[in-house]
Design a binder for this molecule. Sequence first.
Ligand code: LMR
Length: 336
Amino acid sequence: MKTLSSILLISASLITALPSFAADYTIKFSHVVAPNTPKGRAADLFARLVDERTQGRVKVEVFPNSQLYNDNKVLEAMRLSSSRTTGIIAAPSLSKFVKFSKKLQAFDLPYLFNDLDDVHTLIDSPLMASMTQGLDKKGLQALTVWDNGMKVFSVKGDKALKNAPADFKGKKFRIQSSNIAASMIEHLGGTPQKLPFKEVYTALGQGIVDGQENTWSNIHSKKFHEVQDFISVSNHSYLGYLLVVSNEFWSNLPEDIRHTMTVALQDATLANREYAAEADTSDRKKVEAAGFAKVVDMSKAERNSWRQVTSPVWAQFRDEIGGELIDGIKQLLGHK
Ligand code: LMR
């Protein structure tokens, strides 16, 4: 089995051997987070592997930090593009595909996953293919899923979020464009507000919203903890990404190039899982050491009470997502 260190070793030894000539294909990889996050690092690795393994025939240019597009715009740009030599790859969070797939919303169900092992059980199962089915009819080719991590809640105020709904009452929380996240916040007692990622720091700093839910690497790299007072380690849902490309661009690539890119994606996915596991621990430590927001763990009883108050969200979205799919996932993950 390939390991991350063997991928990096081969990659380093190829660097000196690269001939330099103009690329036949250019791919713009657009994402919204910082380069030093699990997605940012995996995107950079993927770009390097593709450059090396196609000997410069394919150039992947990575645009982090919403430099090129935000997550809604990038999917539109991808679908509208008709170039056969310049493509776009994007990796919006699974929560941002609601316009394209009702089934993928299952990933947002509160307390579906206990940890990333549960997430991988689902992603690596045959159910995953059934969840991305139909994206091709909307012009998108699903490539792979990358992790960020489990989300925690941050808030500005005089105490950490522990009791729901009491501690959420009267507070606004920034969410991604997910209807399930909106309903979850309402059940927890707060008011949801959908905002693009690049507006979150300012919205928190100016008090447009009081809190937000995100992973340690996003909180740390975007300094959310500097404008928040408390972080509750709720691990209530997953943040991960679906990598997509226009299926017209993808299917018109020469077979050998598509194969090389597919293998590079598999290697970058393996690396991404390691980056995410690393960030989960190290970025939490950095946030704690920075001394701005106080980090508060949650007891089993507190976790169970949040699970209880948010459980109606499952029934509310059951028909939209598909009852059979939800039952299949529950069985796969050993839910009662
Ligand atoms: C968010 O909007 O909070 C995330 O989807 C950003 C990201 O890409 O991790």
